[in-house]
Ligand binder design. Structure first.
Ligand SMILES: *Cc1c(COP(=O)(O)O)cnc(C)c1O
Length: 556
């Protein structure tokens, strides 16, 4: 089907792509995964071209008041300072107006492989209505009509742009349902032959729960998209009551996958009529491995960056080298925390990191929730914590989680160091995932489809301590690669009992296993660090992931 992989390209569509920290075109895990997908594709010389929005005002820039109130500002960047314009523009009909769309090109060049061009679509073009010029400004703005227009620019204008530029596309990969309107564009092109469209489309779903899918009312779809597509056809493929973007993507793709085995299982319950495959996420090893670990991996495991499975040979690296590399990172993080907050972290102290999008289900404050049990551990074994994460403008649950951490921080201020770093981004993530001892994750299962920050931590010998959800169900070997929190998802447990066992595991493992090992048995701690590298990082990387996409999805 694909024919020659050298002339035909894989078109990768994603609402967000995190490729450089100074290009504010991402909000969290989805965008960072898209960036890592592109990095590995370039290294592996996959003939890929990527499409996203320019998001001139970014997602949001976060400031926090002394009590942890989040303040939001636009997070602007200027594409003209970094990128060139593509030679073609395209048009799309939105809301009774013709919107002209231009695109900025960024060429991601691998030092060992090929190049993946990324097109950043932009409606800020002279001649467009002022309202339309703003369509590609703000990532995930709260207004539904605005979001629909963004998705139309991504899917419809994006597909037209690749055509205008002369690309021959063998597969269109929709990274999450936001991109699904591209399949409607193809459907029109193939004269409504659904099978033809399916043969061209790959869909990766990232959301385990129905409530989180993008669903748009037809009272908005009709006026915005009615001049492009017959609404009756949209209803047949995307749902009668509302346009469900996930359903549309499922109906118009020939290969569908979830991002972990567990997430795939949940997705099959929601969409029982599809055979959904599992391709577990990864991270780009070369990007997320810190300098100090780069050095020792290069010395003892040459070739690891282009073949991360070689990290299985981590036992070649002496214990002291691993410990020293780790302490370099811990000091770097301490320096950064000092600079940003004035707080002096103790480099000898057992340090926990928690950073990700701030939203209710992630339960960022869980580890601080039973303050007496935490105090008890801390009396014997000192603990310190570094947090970070932005909440979406409308996400009160996420904002509450940040405030709760601030309030605990105040309560515990004479006993332990707790810091919350403002404005979490990829640069801060690099420092955090390498500069703490334990990477913590306590989502509410089964809400974490995958999660990837723990994989970044593993590349730096940082040990995961997490609820058995998402990728960690596949990564956790108790006491060897890290530790689980709470019962396995397979176990039938009442919700209240599950909550209790999560807290018991959290504090008991902290007190009886994790802290004693860290403070009293360094060799066995370093063995865990090696377990994290040799049994987690070697597998949970985007090189392995992309090879699976190539053989299973792109060549299918
Ligand atoms: C990796 C990363 C994420 C994803 O973190 P999860 O723990 O997988 O949710 C989010 N934001 C940034 C900036 C990241 O680097």
């Amino acid at each position: 089907m694909v024919g020659s992989l050298t002339s035909n390209k894989i078109a990768y569509f994603s609402m967000e792509i995190g490729i450089r920290n100074d290009m504010h075109t991402y909000s969290g895990g989805l965008g960072v995964l898209a960036g890592d997908t592109i990095r590995s594709s370039a290294d592996l010389s996959v003939p890929m071209v990527a499409v996203t929005l320019v998001s001139r005002k970014g997602y949001l820039r976060q400031k926090l008041t002394a009590s942890g109130e989040q303040q939001e500002f636009p997070d602007e960047w200027d594409p003209s300072k970094l990128l060139d314009l593509a030679p073609k523009t395209v048009e799309v009909n939105l809301d009774k107006r013709v919107v002209k769309v231009q695109a900025w090109i960024y060429e991601h060049k691998s030092t060992i492989g090929g190049t993946v061009p990324i097109y950043f679509l932009d409606t800020d073009v002279a001649g467009n209505d002022p309202a339309d010029r703003a369509i590609t400004n703000t990532l995930y703005a709260s207004d539904d009509a605005y979001r629909i227009k963004q998705e139309a620019v991504l899917g419809v204008a994006g597909t037209r742009l690749l055509d205008a530029l002369g690309y021959k596309i063998s597969k269109y990969h929709m990274n999450e349902g936001h991109a699904a309107l591209l399949a409607l564009e193809l459907l029109q092109r193939y004269e409504y032959d659904v099978d033809k469209v399916r043969r061209r489309c790959v869909f990766t779903t990232h959301t385990p729960i129905e409530a989180a899918f993008d669903k748009w009312p037809y009272t908005l779809i009709e006026p915005i998209l009615g001049r492009e597509f017959p609404v009756q056809i949209i209803k047949e493929l995307g749902g009668e009551d509302k346009l469900n973007m996930t359903q549309l993507a499922f109906n118009l793709s020939g290969f569908q996958n979830g991002v972990t085995k567990a997430h795939t299982k949940y997705s099959m319950k929601l969409f029982p009529h599809y055979s959904i495959r599992a391709i577990t996420n990864g991270v780009h090893s070369n990007t997320w491995t810190s300098q100090s670990f780069h050095k020792i991996f290069d010395e003892y495991i040459p070739g690891w960056a282009s073949e991360p499975e070689l990290l299985v040979r981590i036992d070649k690296v002496p214990y002291c080298d691993i410990w020293n590399a780790h302490n370099v990172n811990k000091e770097n993080l301490a320096g950064f925390v000092k600079e940003k907050t004035g707080v002096e972290m103790d480099p000898e102290c057992l340090t926990f990191g928690f950073a990700r999008r701030a939203t209710g289900y992630k339960r960022a404050a869980l580890v601080l929730s039973d303050i007496n049990r935490l105090r008890e551990v801390n009396k014997k074994y000192p603990l310190q914590f570094v947090f970070a994460g932005k909440a979406h403008t409308k996400d009160t649950s996420g904002k509450d989680a940040i405030k709760e951490i601030f309030w605990r921080k105040e309560e515990l201020k004479d006993e332990m160091k707790i810091v919350y770093l403002e404005n979490y981004d990829m640069d801060i993530a690099s420092k955090l995932v390498s500069g703490v001892d334990v990477w913590l994750n306590t989502p509410f299962p089964p809400m974490e489809a995958s999660g990837t920050s723990g994989m970044k931590a593993a590349h730096n010998g940082v040990v995961n301590f997490s609820v058995l959800d998402g990728w960690w169900i596949e990564g956790c070997i108790e006491g060897v690669t890290g530790w689980g929190i709470g019962p396995s998802p397979e176990e039938e447990v009442e919700e209240a009992e599950r909550r209790k066992r999560e807290l018991d595991d959290l504090y008991n493992k902290l007190k009886y296993i994790i802290a004693p090992k860290f403070y009293e048995d360094k060799d066995s701690w370093i063995r865990l660090m090696k377990g994290s590298i040799g049994k987690v990082a070697y597998y949970f990387n985007t090189h392995r992931m992309m090879r699976r996409y190539i053989t299973d999805a792109y060549l299918g």
